[in-house]
Ligand binder design. Structure first.
Ligand code: SF4
Ligand code: SF4
Ligand code: FES
Length: 231
């Protein structure tokens, strides 16, 4: 099978280039990650991240024939030749398919992605009703792979100002949590022409999320809460 893979080694001083690989796949090589591991046996200078190979750690996100996704859960049977692999768009490339995620995580941390509750903790746990817990479905499952934020034009243009879909999904995950007491501070933190309102509901984020999450819906709910707060 033929692959065309983005190569860049800043230490070599050479410009980035695409490199072709012809690889004989074995029947067990069902996923793109299996194929990349086979390519690495052929050329051990190729660099990419991976860990769980189960769609859980989020580390092997890359641009696969034009669409962001996780190599470990992308079936080879669904790809056409040549398979064109590039690093996630919009982030600085460290080497080959490895990008610098600092800006992505900076935005994620900026929404305080943890429970804020200053009441003394109860003996066992902070309880929720099944309905209240239900509200968190579709929010807590994010694996921080960055497929969504790096598919978002608003994040490409303003990665330092726009929180991006992954960070905003996490912001809403805590806004929607009945155990959290910081809803107003969280909304204040996002009430800004860039941090939240740079989202123009183009929905690229929804299209690429490997966990089937819907950041656009969460962003819409935050916008709604901000509007309600002002009327
Ligand atoms: S819906 Fe908003 S966050 Fe999602 S890709 Fe479009 S602009 Fe970005
Ligand atoms: S919302 Fe989906 S695409 Fe975005 S970081 Fe989370 S898991 Fe990845
Ligand atoms: S290797 Fe962990 S998500 Fe793909």
């Amino acid at each position: 099978m033929r692959f065309s893979i983005y190569r860049y080694d800043p230490e070599s001083g050479a410009r980035p280039r695409m490199q072709d690989y012809d690889v004989k796949l074995e029947p067990a090589d069902r996923m793109l990650l299996d194929a990349l591991v086979r390519i690495k046996i052929q050329d051990d200078t190729l660099a990419f991240r991976r860990s769980c190979r189960e769609g859980v750690c989020g580390s092997d996100a890359m641009n696969i024939s034009g669409k962001n996704g996780l190599a470990c859960i992308t079936r080879m049977a669904d790809l056409r030749e040549p398979v064109v692999i590039r690093p996630l768009p919009g982030l600085p490339v460290i080497r080959d398919l490895i990008v610098d995620m600092s800006q992505f995580f900076k935005q994620y941390h900026s929404v305080k992605p943890y429970l804020i509750n200053n009441e003394p903790p109860p003996e066992k746990e902070r309880l929720q009703s099944p309905e209240q817990r239900e509200e968190l479905n579709g929010l807590y499952e994010c694996i921080l792979c960055a497929c969504c934020s790096t598919a978002c034009p608003s994040f490409w243009w303003n990665p330092d100002k726009f929180v991006g879909p992954a960070g905003l999904l996490q912001a809403y995950r805590f806004i929607a949590d009945t155990r959290d007491q910081a809803i107003n501070e969280r909304l204040d933190n996002l009430e800004d022409p860039y941090r939240l309102f740079r989202c123009h509901s183009i929905m690229n984020c929804v299209d690429v999320c490997p966990k089937g999450l819907n950041p656009t819906l969460a962003i819409g709910k935050i916008k709604e809460l901000l509007v309600k707060r002002t009327v």
